[in-house]
Design a protein around this ligand. Structure first.
Ligand SMILES: [Zn+2]
Length: 442
């Protein structure tokens, strides 16, 4: 197999004018040493460790000569994230008497009260009710939830069952509570609970049911690091290069989840591209470099950015997100990065045509296109894709996602291969378009 990158690097040594910038493996390694080192404890989403990671990226941007983005005074954009938490055990009363054996699987409103409406099948579920008691024993708990979750129901109580116990165990044996951007509290949703079958069978239609859930709303802050290279033609649009700087952090008593690949590697790519592109002459289009917080808990950093972009989203001609470029998929041609949703737009082919080592996604069934920060902006119409080295790497979300498992040479060459195509994109007037039904619908 042809080792394209190696030959490019050799050429660079022989004729520096042909390749004005060479990504240094020691710079790649240095970013990783800081971001994925023990001191940052895995950059937990919306934690002070994440804020330190954002401060690092921000000061690097500043040092490379990037400017704050339009309308921003600095290089960090913060957003409030709320974590709902059950502060003390929930209680349920039927006709004024406490009921034992409550298992609250999905939390809804803090307090729900109302007369019991009895439903003995999925077809009998009402669209509107405060409290529904579901008496069928043969419907798996999650199927009941699927049928009820979009309805205007305050609380659904079903019979406890193996399927309910399995579901509860799957979500960690704790009530599923909500997390959201502070500025956009979510719409109400039903609470879902189970009681012992004999208790359910003893509830009569119209019996007063009261659920009390003491909910604490824990406030946290997530941080996006943002740098900007202004373009020479304000009408030409802006290119967005992005990654996420958070990872899974360290649970109490658990190992540090270093996330050297996910996604300190993508953050490193954004940093090294920023360094390279800031070092040359100015480009026609502006280039935004963004490393988001809170990707791992639901893409909150990118959603906030999408709602508060420093330039209008309609000015962003393309977004390239870097996710997990720290190791290469043996299925891919040597040196290449895969682009999620490759056929959804003409961006991938254009990068390819200008020297980017970019190929299609061999795992369309995994829906990776929808599983990274690019998707927040794609839903808003921006042609946005993710480049990845090995999306199904064995260290994915494991404590083994450490610097020792990175392929620094591959990272270096993959980043290097994108400098020329990004420069081409930034200097030209090619504007990528969704192809056919490629544009995702919310
Ligand atoms: Zn991840």
């Amino acid at each position: 197999m042809r080792v394209i990158l190696l030959s490019t690097l050799l050429l660079a040594t022989a004729a520096p004018a042909a390749t004005p910038w060479t990504v240094q493996p020691q710079s790649v390694r240095a970013h990783e040493d800081f971001l994925a080192g023990d001191a940052l404890r895995g950059r937990g989403s919306a934690t002070p460790d994440e804020a330190v990671a954002a401060a690092y990226v921000a000061t690097q941007f500043e040092g490379y000569g990037l400017r704050p983005a339009p309308g921003m005074a600095g290089y960090v954009q913060t957003a409030g994230v709320v974590n709902d938490r059950i502060a003390s055990p929930p209680t349920l009363a039927i006709a004024g008497r406490p009921a034992d054996g409550l298992r609250l699987i999905v939390g809804g409103a803090a307090d729900v009260r109302g007369p019991a409406v009895i439903a003995d099948s999925l077809a009998a579920l009402p669209d509107n009710a405060d409290v529904v008691v579901f008496t069928a024993a043969d419907v798996p708990a999650f199927d009941v939830w699927r049928a009820v979750r979009a309805k205007h129901i305050g609380l659904l109580i079903a019979k406890d069952s193996k399927s309910a116990a399995d579901w509860f165990a799957q979500i960690g044996g704790r009530t599923s509570m909500r997390r959201y951007l502070a500025e956009t509290p979510p719409a109400p949703r039903p609470a879902f609970a189970t009681l012992p079958p004999a208790t359910i069978d003893a509830i009569w239609a119209g019996a007063a049911v009261t659920l009390s859930v003491p909910v604490a709303h824990d406030q946290a802050t997530t941080s996006n690091a943002i740098g900007y290279l202004p373009g020479t033609d304000p009408k030409a649009g802006v290119i967005l290069l992005s990654a996420h700087l958070d990872h899974l952090g360290q649970a109490e008593g658990g190992p540090i989840m270093h996330g050297a690949n996910d996604d300190a590697s993508g953050t490193t790519a954004v940093l090294e591209l920023a360094r390279a592109l800031a070092a040359g002459r100015p480009h026609r289009r502006g280039i935004l470099f963004v490393c988001y917080g809170s990707e791992e808990i639901g893409g909150y950093g990118s959603r906030y950015f999408g709602a508060h972009p420093p330039v209008p989203l309609t000015d962003i001609v393309a977004n390239i997100e870097f996710e997990m470029i720290g190791a290469q998929d043996p299925k891919l041609p040597k040196g290449a990065l895969m682009m999620t949703g490759f056929d959804r737009s003409d961006l991938g082919a254009a990068l390819q045509a200008h020297g980017g080592h970019v190929t299609g996604d061999p795992y369309p069934q995994e829906k990776f296109f929808e599983r990274s920060d690019n998707y927040s902006l794609a839903l808003k119409g921006v042609v946005a894709h993710t480049l990845s080295g090995w999306a199904v790497v064995p260290t994915y979300h494991q404590p083994t996602d450490t610097i020792a498992h990175l392929d620094i040479d591959y990272m270096t060459s993959a980043i290097q291969s994108l400098i020329a195509p990004v420069r081409w994109l930034a200097d030209g007037d090619f504007t990528p378009r969704w192809t056919g039904a490629g544009k995702p619908a919310e």
